[in-house]
Design a protein around this ligand. Sequence first.
Ligand code: ADP
Length: 481
Amino acid sequence: MQVLSVTPEIFPLIKTGGLADVTGALPIALAGKGVAMRSLVPGYPAVMAGFKKAKAVLQYPELHGGKTSVYAAKVGELDLLVIDAPHLFDRPGGPYGDATGADWPDNWRRFAALGRIGGDIAAGAVRGYQPDIVHAHDWQAAMTLAYMRYGKAAGVPSLITVHNLAFQGRFGADIFGGLGLPAEAMAVDGVEYYGGVGFLKAGLQAAWAITTVSPTYAQEIRTPEFGMGLDGLINMRAADLYGIANGIDVDIWDPATDKQLAAAYSARTLKARKANKAAVEGRFSLESDAGPIICVVSRLTWQKGIDTLATAVDGIVAAGARLAILGSGDAGLEGALLAAAARHRGRVGVVVGYDEKLSHLMQGGCDAIVIPSRFEPCGLTQLYGLRYGCVPLVARTGGLADTIIDANDAALAAGVATGFQFEPDNAGSLLYAIDRMIEAYGNSSVWTTIQRQGMKADVSWDRSAARYVDLYRMLVSKKAD
Ligand code: ADP
């Protein structure tokens, strides 16, 4: 089966978030399952620097203001189709904006071009290549599905994955003329969105199927609370909506081989975590005692519920736990956490910044990781926690609810618990989970059972890739009907 992935980011070439991890890992995981995935990506400087140009497989004398070529390239195990359009993509800064973070004013052109080319390739524009399915990611690639629907590829099965519904690609009605779509597309069941043009909306409308990155988030986005204005449309498409949780790279995140740890360990040698815990105490200036250390590795934002955590800090310290916090983001939240560290010297340590290496040590040395998000499409840090025996305490929302089994009495008795859940946006409920965690921690056989159960969970890409394959097969069989 040939699948064309259309994506604005792909790890390791260009990444701003979890989307890149998915689009970079999926082709590799699918290769062993009879699916050949080619990825169409914009030729940002970092992408163009990653391969040597050969003969173009597709050319446009003029597309949104300049000559545009598409090159086939192999980068590592990835099979790419790169859009070389310097007038659109050869710029310093990030993929969506300049160095100050301000969006490029012509983003509609840049990602309409990605969609237009995706639609053309779906219709067979690259000689010798006809994808069986087109899989687009987020608003930046969503227009591919509109170009397919209103062009020559309406009969090719398509799928859109929503990684975060908060980003929608909304533009004024005045851009419609520049899209090159037929007039009928500017309609409620087309690309029109609240009087303007909505790229993600257009893709959600046109896709044969829609996925999000966890089953619970797939249900949540059907409600006004999580739907960000698109819940009506998503409900209309509910029969074609699926949730498939992300995996993680289990080679990079492996406590048995992790070079960032003071001591490597496995589920059988959990006692070796002690050396990592001592290293964490040193890095965060925490006192040593027999109680647990709870960590936070997060963007410090409202979405992540860090204000809820700040409210709960005094209670967490009073309950006898220590806190090691790594993160950056909202200045007010950084200030609140630094103030808590000043109030509780030796009990609360805060490192402001982004530190990949330290995040590994924390997963390998802390006893638990707390993730109080208000909404969480999938979440990765709880998956790292499972793999490292750093027991997750999570808000019951989105991917967090799907991947962690709460240590209630029944789950403990059955030996299946992997962590603790609490109500999002509720410091009291968070503190109650901390109390339950501290009690379990006090019984070493209960605690190691929870740790080992988590370490057994399959958090690899292999499992998620199998779900995508099932969905691709279903869509291809729909075409045959
Ligand atoms: P989101 O993409 O919404 O921020 P995820 O949990 O899906 O949340 O992914 C966050 C990723 O970023 C994880 O790999 C996490 O370890 C990493 N991360 C977040 N903050 C930091 C930090 N301050 N230092 C190091 N890694 C961080």
